[in-house]
Ligand binder design. Structure first.
Ligand code: ADP
Ligand code: MG
Length: 606
């Protein structure tokens, strides 16, 4: 019988392996930078062109390679690392499969220059599409210089599936940050198309975190030190007051490797319970040191999940440890969420005297879209049309009480005053309660107002041509480098919605104009929000960004729980709410209106 099993050609096998290890330019950056770290470098420079399509270059001053090793390093399963350890799981270095270079060189053109300190001459090795091209002696500084060109040139399918440059570069930044955050004693820099994105000199861990995550974190980081027999956890966690929606500054590292861990994330969030608003999350940078035998580092190199033997114990230690850290730092007074003015509430220590509540009265219903509001109410007909168009008959029904059928027939104004007189109540400064035909209607005041402002913003944003107001005093934006790049990427969009930013100095862009419909303080926070959400979407700037913007503005401006409302205000809020197409839900899809049916009420009295 003829033999049909043949060994795959080496180049093909490498290409297949590359499919696993090298998914995108960012994977190459990760592998090369980790190799440089493993080589003991204390200075690593990354040069990227066209988000890595054209060039990914990593230069280090580490131990370098001998002439023979330089060639050998491209062989599959060539590694100087694993044979040193007797146990695959007992791994402290980054790479351990000896697969990265073989994979990369099978799907790109790779030029390696390297020299060990003890050698006078260095060596240059070139591979292309898995084929050895040449090796020559060369003068080169001590250390290693990898240049990966034309990535995926021979795998058109992969090349085609690469995303927009901004997205791919975003992934590169993410990998770069993860390594930089674990090695503050290494000087890292990152360039994109000759432009400096990061320059991170050797630093303390805290300085490194701030250099990556932004200066504004400086005052918000609390040192963490949880030392137990199972695990040691150090690093920093954010003050509750700095918690944010969509917080992406959350990092766990295990034995200096980045790890994703939703379970431990939960432990941290529980530690912040009642200290932060429900939808927000703190920043944290937590470094676990643990006996490598107690974890299962997934041997798949691209995975970031890690299994822990004592996951539950660690969960409890983490939760308790972070909570204690917060308590020690006096940021954790029991905050009465039901009574506190939780809107932008700063956290006071037990000893700080509470400042007096401001006496200035103001209209909580002030909204930046006043003109639109007027438009809605210009004539009652229009208002009624609007309601009819949006199928608001239910609302009419809600307000018809069984013994007052005629109310619905009354002009709206009269209806309103009837309601105002005795049928609207505020409960716990949070809910608006009013009897309706079928029972009791309960409205969450914040979600309702959020819905109202959101819809108004969308309307304004869609037909606002000249929408920039110049700032008298242009303001330097203290964005981190990554956010600056993101902002630069979406500059056209930002201009279109009224932001005028001068990017001449990429280190410190200047905000020169803001949307007419915002105040300056809000504008900067909202700008940050937009950039963050752009990051979350991995750089896909779709029409939904307008939606994100609308949400972010509306959330900020909406009256919060804890605000006392007058009957007129409640009534006007109810009107505006039911004038929107989706009054029952907040723009985030959370319930804004609940009806407690009569029969439910009656059941309670059985
Ligand atoms: P691994 O990192 O899993 O060992 P790689 O394919 O990434 O596998 O690298 C193969 C080998 O090449 C490494 O084990 C190391 O000996 C050598 N090497 C790779 N990059 C460098 C570098 N920047 N400096 C010195 N040696 C390197
Ligand atoms: Mg490696």
């Amino acid at each position: 019988m003829a033999e049909i099993i043949k060994l795959m050609p080496e180049a093909l096998a490498n290409q297949i392996a590359a499919g696993e290890v090298i998914q995108r330019p960012a994977s190459v950056v990760k592998e090369l930078v980790e190799n440089s770290v493993d080589a003991g470098a204390d200075k690593i420079t990354v040069n990227i062109k066209d988000a890595g399509r054209t060039l990914i270059q990593v230069v280090d001053n580490g131990c370098g390679m001998s002439e023979k090793d330089a060639f050998m390093s491209f062989e599959r399963h060539a590694t100087s690392k694993i044979y040193k350890t007797d146990d695959l799981f007992c791994i402290y270095t980054k790479g351990f499969r000896g697969e990265a270079l073989a994979s990369i060189s099978s799907v790109a053109e790779v030029e390696l220059k390297t020299r060990q300190e003890c050698d006078e001459m260095g060596t240059q090795v070139i591979f292309s599409g898995g084929e050895f091209i040449s090796q020559t002696p060369i003068n080169t500084p001590k250390g290693t210089n990898f240049a990966v060109k034309s990535l995926f040139f021979n795998v058109p399918a992969r090349r085609k599936f690469l995303k927009a440059n901004s997205t791919e570069f975003q992934h590169i930044i993410t990998e770069f940050q993860r390594v930089a955050l674990t090695h503050p004693m290494i000087d890292f820099s990152l360039y994109h198309n000759e432009q400096m994105i990061y320059s991170l000199p050797k630093a303390s861990l805290k300085q490194r975190i701030i250099a990556i995550a932004g200066k504004n974190l400086n005052a918000d980081l609390i040192p963490v030190e949880i030392d137990t027999s199972i695990v040691k956890i150090t690093g920093f966690t954010g003050k509750p007051s700095s918690a944010k929606k969509r917080n992406d500054k959350q990092y766990f590292f295990v034995n200096n490797r980045y790890m994703k861990n939703p379970y431990f994330n939960k432990a941290v969030l529980l530690a912040y319970d009642k200290l932060i608003l429900p939808d927000t999350a703190p920043s944290y940078f937590l470094y676990f040191e643990i006996d490598p035998h107690a974890i299962d580092v997934n041997v798949h190199p691209t995975k970031t999940e890690i299994n822990f033997e004592n996951a539950q114990d660690i969960f409890r230690l983490l939760q308790a440890g972070i909570r204690e850290t917060l308590n020690k730092n006096d940021v954790a007074p029991a905050l009465d969420f039901d009574n506190a003015q939780i809107a932008d509430m700063p956290y006071f220590s037990k000893d700080t005297p509470m400042p007096e509540a401001p006496q200035v009265s103001y209209n909580p219903f002030y909204n930046p879209f006043e003109s639109t509001e007027k438009k809605y109410y210009e004539s009652k007909n229009q208002y009624t049309d609007y309601r009819a168009k949006n199928n608001l008959d239910n609302w009419q029904k809600l307000y018809q009480t069984s013994n007052n059928e005629e109310i619905a027939e009354l002009p709206l104004e009269t209806q309103k005053s009837i309601n105002e007189s005795n049928k609207i109540l505020q409960v716990k400064e949070k809910y608006i309660v009013s009897p309706v035909k079928s029972g009791l209607m309960i409205i969450d005041q914040y979600r309702a107002h959020y819905r109202v402002l959101y819809n108004k913003f969308l309307e304004v944003a869609d037909n606002n041509a000249d929408n920039t107001q110049s700032l008298l005093y242009p303001e330097k934006l203290s964005l981190d480098a990554q956010s600056t790049t993101m902002a630069y990427d979406i500059r056209d969009f930002l201009t279109s919605i009224g932001f005028d930013i001068d990017f001449t100095d990429m280190q410190e862009p200047v905000l020169k104009g803001i949307p007419t419909y915002l105040e300056q303080n809000d504008a900067i926070e909202i700008l940050t929000d937009i950039i963050d959400s752009y990051k979350d979407g991995h750089g896909d700037l779709s029409s939904s960004i307008k939606d994100v913007l609308a949400k972010s503005i509306a959330r900020r401006k909406a009256i919060k729980a804890g605000r006392q409302l007058s009957t007129e205000e409640m009534s006007s809020l109810i009107d505006s709410l039911f004038a929107t197409p989706e009054p029952n839900f907040s723009p985030d899809g959370k319930t804004a209106v609940v009806i407690l049916p009569i029969d439910e009420i009656e059941k309670k009295f059985l």
